[in-house]
Design a protein around this ligand. Sequence first.
Ligand SMILES: [Zn+2]
Length: 104
Amino acid sequence: MIAQIRAVCPDCGDVVVTVDDVDVLLWPADVCSYSFRCPTCAGANAKRCASRVAHQLVEAGCRVTYCCWPDEPHPNGPPLDTDALIDFAVALHDCDDIVGAATI
Ligand SMILES: [Zn+2]
């Protein structure tokens, strides 16, 4: 039996997902987050969480990825300003093929 996890989608409220639907990201300095796709609206959700919660999700069988912060910003690019960040967020929201969009 696959464990079920109760999650909250900002659009649908309480939803139930399985461990196969949840990805846990573990970052340095005990920063943790998880993501899941809502089974009702198919929206992608990512939330920061306490390390206790992240480790419970991993123990339940969720996929885990160990992440690291980039060493330094891209040396040849301009600094990321608020307008560029908003444009990036809108582009991600409207994109159905992120891998294709990132391929040059
Ligand atoms: Zn939803």
